[in-house]
Design a protein around this ligand. Structure first.
Ligand code: MLT
Length: 412
């Protein structure tokens, strides 16, 4: 009889966002006239930049013609896209990253999960609490944890609280040695941003204990203060201890188009059990070319257009549009007496639930009374209890209407 991966049985209920969708769908079925506004999952709403659409249309035309038709591309991505990313996103900001160290993929969610394929099973793993649930769930699936306790924390993971008290920045665990650390800045879900000094502390720690940092920079385009680091490689020493994930989803609106990238510097090595030094780039390259056939030519041409002059202007306008939404959300909720964090360098606003309401209480209250969907903070981890995440991804009209309804229902 076939055996299943029993680690899946340890997972808590559903993945957070499908679970929210399930509750919202049930509500919508029972209340067919409700005008529900969704500020839950961080999914973009505005159309793709014109430059990306034009580039993809041109690529479709190329596919029509035998002379320009493309079959399989390089699994790692086309060189013209990798080169533009290397020079624009990295070298321009002083990071010594080469195009060959960039792997194009169909999403950071997939990459942050898949990266576990090349890592061992007995690493000591640290995550922040709250945290993007994919980092935790993929480790549970891979058998890297024990069962979850009543608070929803999995045995064997080190949870580093990020709270208002520490300005939502994860404190380096100087009293323990971890091997693998997940960091996400600008942070999902709290919207906090890291300074260069803070990232330097992590890099210094990782180097001192031979740990690997998995740095998720999916929201870097939302950084509004240019002195803040967009990449972990802006920090000295990071090329020896960090992998970075980036995406075209939140800057260019590719959530439905799918294109992302992972950077694995060739200087990044780990020791095999026989003591030999192994390049992580080599392992990922092997994994990528075995299990992945690359992102479609058409989509990569669309991503390349992000780096054109027109593309840059259009992406900036998109990001500014969502940041203006975030500002409206912050201001309206603050004026209503709520305590809010984030939303300045990130499209997420982290709201403290009014006294006496749990995260899910607030979710139910806003869904039932105001027909607004947000994300319960506790869905991101035990330390998220008592918080609620509101996403700035929606039309201006919906954001204004949502703020009107929320503030009417939640005046404190
Ligand atoms: C979120 O809402 O946290 C995002 O949609 C996460 C993601 O991009 O997968």
């Amino acid at each position: 009889m076939v055996k299943i991966n029993e680690n899946y049985l340890k997972l808590k209920a559903g993945y957070l966002f499908p679970e929210i969708a399930r509750r919202v769908n049930t509500f919508a079925e029972n209340n067919p006239d409700a005008d529900i506004i969704k500020l839950g999952i961080g999914d973009v709403t505005e159309p793709l930049p014109q430059a990306c659409c034009d580039a993809m249309a041109k690529a479709v035309d190329e596919m029509r013609d035998r002379a320009t038709f493309k079959g399989y591309g390089p699994e790692q991505g086309y060189p013209w896209l990798r080169e533009k990313i290397a020079s624009h996103d990295y070298q321009r900001r002083g990071c010594d990253i080469d195009a060959s160290e960039i792997f194009i993929s169909d999403g950071s969610k997939c990459d942050t999960g898949n990266i576990l394929d090349i890592l061992g099973d007995d690493n000591a793993i640290a995550v922040t609490d709250p945290v993007y649930p994919v980092y935790v769930d993929t480790n549970v699936m891979a058998g890297h944890t024990g069962p979850a306790n009543d608070e929803g924390k999995y045995e064997g993971l080190l949870y580093i609280p990020i709270t208002a008290d520490n300005n939502f920045t994860a404190k380096v665990p100087t009293d323990q040695k971890v091997d693998l650390i997940y960091l996400c800045f600008p942070n999902n879900p709290t919207g906090a941003v890291a300074t260069k000094e803070h990232l330097q502390e992590w890099v210094n720690y990782a180097k001192s204990v031979d740990a690997l940092i998995l740095f998720d920079a999916a929201y870097e385009a939302y950084i509004t203060d240019d002195s803040l680091p967009h990449s972990i490689y802006e920090v000295e020493g990071a090329k020896d201890c960090a992998i970075e994930f980036r995406s075209f989803s939140k800057n260019a609106g590719f959530t439905g188009t799918r294109c992302a990238l992972t950077v694995i510097p060739k200087t990044l090595t780990a020791k095999a059990s026989d003591g030999s030094e192994v390049q992580l780039w080599q392992l990922w390259n092997r994994r990528h070319s075995t299990k992945f056939n690359g992102v479609s030519y058409i989509v990569q041409r669309g991503a390349e257009a992000v780096y054109s002059e027109q593309g840059q202007a259009e992406v900036k306008a998109l990001v500014n549009f969502y940041l203006e939404n975030a500002k409206i959300i912050r201001e309206k909720l603050t004026a209503a007496g709520l305590t809010v964090y984030g939303g300045i360098h990130a499209p997420y606003i982290w709201v403290q639930a009014p006294e006496g309401l749990s995260s899910w209480d607030l979710f139910d209250k806003l869904l039932n009374a105001a027909n607004i969907v947000g994300t319960p903070g506790s869905g991101f981890g035990a330390a998220g209890e008592g918080y609620f995440r509101i996403s700035a991804f929606n039309s201006r009209e919906n954001v204004n209407e949502a703020m009107k309804r929320i503030t009417e229902n939640l005046k404190v």
